[in-house]
Design a protein around this ligand. Structure first.
Ligand code: NAD
Ligand code: UDP
Length: 335
């Protein structure tokens, strides 16, 4: 019996595949390679000794997905596949709703037809919208300020309704905070396409000389040093959170949701200074205007994941900065 990982050649999916294989699970990846490379499976093999079975398939292709489920014996699904760029989602809302929401509906229909009832979904702290006061707790109302965030809210609601429709479903949404870092081997990591939107990939590209300077988006927020505060979590901690959630699904009835974060807030300046210190490199920066839509602070309440999943993030900010840099140095042009 295998675990199907949708979007498994992407950033978080590939690290989760490694953790699952190392924990003894059989892993099958389905990905249309819209934001990842086939080389990822070779790298997973280099790390684990096992190359996961790979299907190149768009989840919008329901017939193809049915075929996959006919061919394989699948126990549970971890659903990472989707588009994730907030800015792009504002320009292309229909593409985002179709790729994220319709794909998820297709997946659930095919799972239902094959009596596969266990699903873990990649949600995001973005579902807390702009008004939540950190630490953000799972019981807060959901809202979103852009089509990407809306797609996550819509999918969470669909999964909740689906679980309520039939007690056989066991579904967990995991709300990720800010995943950074990479596997310590430097063989897999995050490969943003074009100019990075997120802080860490931008910092590593400045450090390696691809970008001249980091623009720090505002230093007049109501935070200890005025710059934005986020809950950065090592991607390997996040990957382990999926294994904890898979174990919990065995006992879980219906739908549940967990934050995956460290519970600690770090500012942009904290990240820059830690990155410079642990890696002995310089990250030139300048402070510019606030980025529209940004909030001052966002970090997780982690009690529920600790108590129910028995999971806690263990890697430090130093680990995250070191591993991000190791991946960037070893793969200056990506995979
Ligand atoms: P990623 O882009 O690296 O991985 C997603 C993978 O899904 C890619 O390999 C892409 O090719 C594939 N994919 C996209 N649409 C597909 C489709 N229709 N059919 C098949 N494959 C498809 O992204 P990631 O950072 O690994 O994120 C994984 C999930 O976690 C996403 O759902 C994302 O929204 C969510 N998430 C990510 C972050 C983050 O900061 N990285 C934060 C919160 C939530
Ligand atoms: N940020 C920044 N410069 C950049 C990218 C991000 O100052 O080039 C800041 C951003 O304002 C926020 C933090 O870094 O305070 C994290 O941003 P990211 O886009 O990585 O995550 P998100 O805002 O989606 O949580």
């Amino acid at each position: 019996m295998a675990i199907l990982i949708t979007g498994g050649s992407g950033y978080i999916g590939s690290h989760t595949a490694v953790e699952l294989i190392q924990a003894g699970y059989e892993v099958i990846i389905v990905d249309n390679l819209s934001n990842s490379k086939p080389e990822v499976c070779n790298r997973i093999k280099e790390i684990t000794g096992i190359k996961p079975k790979f299907y190149e398939l768009n989840l919008l292709n329901e017939a193809g997905l049915n075929q996959l489920f006919d061919n394989e014996v699948i126990e549970s699904v971890i659903h990472f596949a989707g588009y994730k760029a907030v800015g792009e989602s504002v320009d292309k809302p229909l593409a985002y709703y179709e790729n994220n929401v319709t794909s998820t509906i297709n997946l659930c229909k095919v799972m239902q037809a094959h009596q596969v009832n266990k699903l873990i979904f990649s949600s995001s702290a973005t579902v807390y919208g702009q008004d939540g006061i950190s630490p953000l707790v799972e019981t807060l109302p959901l809202s979103a300020t852009n089509p990407y965030g809306n797609s996550k809210v819509i999918i969470e609601n669909i999964l909740k309704d689906l679980s309520a429709s039939n007690p056989k479903w066991q579904i967990t949404s995991l709300r990720y905070f800010n995943p950074i870092g990479a596997h310590q081997s430097g063989l897999i990591g995050e490969e943003p396409s074009g100019i990075p939107n997120n802080l860490l990939p931008f910092i590593t590209q400045v450090a390696i000389g691809k970008m001249v300077k980091l623009a720090v988006f505002g230093n007049d927020y109501d935070t200890p040093d005025g710059t934005g505060v986020r809950d950065y979590i090592h991607v390997l901690d996040l990957a382990k959170g999926h294994i904890a959630a898979l174990n919990q699904l065995e006992e879980q009835k219906g739908y549940d949701v967990f934050n995956l974060g460290t519970g600690k807030g770090c500012s942009v300046l904290d990240i820059i200074s830690t990155f410079e210190l642990v890696n002995q490199v310089s990250v030139p920066y300048m402070v510019v205007e606030r980025r529209p839509g940004d909030i001052a602070a966002c970090y997780a309440d982690t009690h529920k994941a600790e108590q129910v999943l028995g999971w806690q993030a263990l890697y430090t900010l130093e680990d995250m900065c070191r591993d991000s840099w190791n991946w960037q140095k070893k793969n200056p042009d990506g995979y």
